[in-house]
Design a protein around this ligand. Structure first.
Ligand code: CA
Length: 227
């Protein structure tokens, strides 16, 4: 049974989440604040954490940082905050995904399933280092991309970006994470670099670069590879 830890201080929302998750055979624990969340995370070892950012005793981002000190459990952030900086801070602290309130229960449950699937798929076994989509194929070991049976020539920078994205299918990678990983720690705000290189990657890999199907932009946030 998949165990979910719900961290949320709104009792009505907690009740709705618990009912919907239990109906889908998840085991659910609920914590109304950050301190309880950290205690339950250690005691119950959940498979996924659903975390509200606005908690009575501490900021949800602090909860993520504390969790990331010892666990890679997927964290799906619930945020009432429209400000994308808050979501970026949560993602940079190690959250895997976010959903903005008010949200549809169906969307939340879909993202929950995706988060659990991703951990089940990891780590990539050596024989699964080929990422295949309907449009192109990426061989991570051979460092080769092909499209319609033909090799796609990528620069080392393009390759590095693509590699990071396809290694985390479905997961939002923030601009800052990509910039720091590919260009270095002092490049965290050079978002124009990303726009240029992502446009190049799309021209080389997407059938319709203006309407990408695989290399998706989350405006103001980052990029996501959809397989
Ligand atoms: Ca709250």
């Amino acid at each position: 049974m998949t165990r979910v830890l719900v961290v949320e201080d709104d009792p009505q929302l907690v009740r709705a989440l618990v009912i919907n998750m239990q109906a889908r055979h998840y085991g659910v624990d609920a914590a109304p604040d950050g301190a309880t969340a950290l205690r339950l995370a250690a005691a119950r070892q959940p498979d996924v954490v659903v975390l509200d950012l606005g908690l009575p005793d501490m900021d949800g981002v602090e909860v993520i940082k504390a969790l990331r000190g010892w666990t890679r459990v997927p964290v799906l952030v619930l945020s009432a905050r429209r400000a994308s900086e808050e979501k970026v801070a949560a993602l940079d602290a190690g959250a895997d995904d976010y959903i903005t309130k008010p949200f549809s229960m169906d969307e939340l449950l879909a993202r929950l399933r995706a988060a659990v699937r991703r951990t089940e798929a990891l780590p990539l076994a050596p024989e699964t280092t080929v990422v295949t989509t309907d449009g192109f194929t990426v061989d991570l070991l051979a460092k080769k991309a092909t499209r319609d049976g033909r090799d796609v020539r990528l620069t080392p920078t393009e390759w590095h970006l693509l590699e990071i994205l396809v290694c985390s299918p479905g997961r939002l990678i923030t601009q800052k994470q990509l910039l720091q990983e590919v260009w270095g720690p002092s490049y965290g705000s050079k978002t124009n670099y990303l726009r240029v290189y992502m446009a190049q990657l799309r021209r080389k890999l997407e059938a319709d670069p203006a309407h990408p199907r695989y290399l998706i932009t989350e405006p103001g946030m980052g990029y996501r590879f959809e397989s």
